[in-house]
Write a protein that binds this ligand. Structure first.
Ligand code: ZN
Ligand code: FE
Length: 253
């Protein structure tokens, strides 16, 4: 079993410390804010033994060196952007396994937001650390890859066990929900989800991690392969063009 500690960082990032109690090993998933991570680890009584980066953006790898200096931890990160990950010790890609004590995560390549973006999937624990690839009711902006690449990445995430919790890196859910209802105004599950999100945020509560099963029924970016949505977006039979249309609308939203 894993203890997963979540805490807000910077403006709208989440920090995650993943602790395996038998070994005592603790992974910092991304490093938006070194001070905050070190303070939270201390508060939990955990020692950070590894950093697991999802991609090179400064709100994900900016705290690497300070945390490594303070703890001597090993830094694991994406092979596809190894040169941009400060202090990288071990580059990983799809097919690789990363152990945290008795728990094991497999690495998925999920490029698009950045060209080497990876996710860490704990299959047994139904937990995936997905960085900026997918969000609750959203997905990352496609900065470095192509729309087709991003759709393929989201398709891999869609295929995980539907019970998987998606530990995404940002609390963007409320604005994502406002956008999603413009794409699927008649989706009842989405309407209910959006109302729940609004209430949670009004109470200052997080909406992350979402569960994949709910995202499959509501997140428009994961639904570009549905004939109804393809028709509504004007691209029947074309998931990539439908995804690109939705992504483009969100970028202008
Ligand atoms: Zn990013
Ligand atoms: Fe980010």
């Amino acid at each position: 079993m894993l203890d997963i500690h979540k805490f807000p960082c910077l403006n709208d990032n989440y920090g995650y410390l993943v602790h395996e109690p038998v070994s005592g090993e603790t992974a910092a998933v991304d490093t938006p804010d070194a001070k905050k991570y070190l303070a939270e680890a201390e508060r939990m009584g955990w020692k950070i033994t590894a950093i697991w980066n999802t991609h090179w953006h400064p709100d994900h790898a900016g705290g690497n060196l300070a945390i490594k200096e303070a703890t001597g931890c090993e830094i694991i990160g994406p092979a596809g952007e190894a040169a941009k990950i400060p202090g990288l010790d071990r580059a990983v890609k799809e097919g690789d396994m990363v152990d945290l004590g008795q728990s094991r995560a497999r690495v998925l390549d999920v490029p698009g937001h950045t060209i080497g973006h990876i996710a860490y999937v704990f299959d047994q624990e139904h937990a995936a650390f997905v960085g900026d690839s997918v969000f609750a009711l959203g997905c990352g902006r496609v900065f470095e890859g192509t729309m087709e690449m991003m759709w393929q990445s989201l398709s891999k995430l869609k295929a995980l066990d539907p019970r998987t919790r998606l530990f995404c890196a940002h609390e963007y859910t409320e604005s994502n929900a406002r956008f999603a209802v413009t794409i699927e105004p008649d989706n009842t599950a989405l309407r209910e989800y959006a109302a729940w999100v609004k209430q949670r945020r009004a109470e200052g509560q997080p909406t992350v991690p979402p569960v994949l099963e709910r995202e499959l029924a509501t997140n428009p970016f994961l639904r570009a392969d549905l004939p109804e949505l393809q028709a509504a977006m004007g691209h029947p039979g074309d998931a990539v063009a439908t995804f690109a249309e939705i992504r483009g609308r969100k970028d202008r939203f």
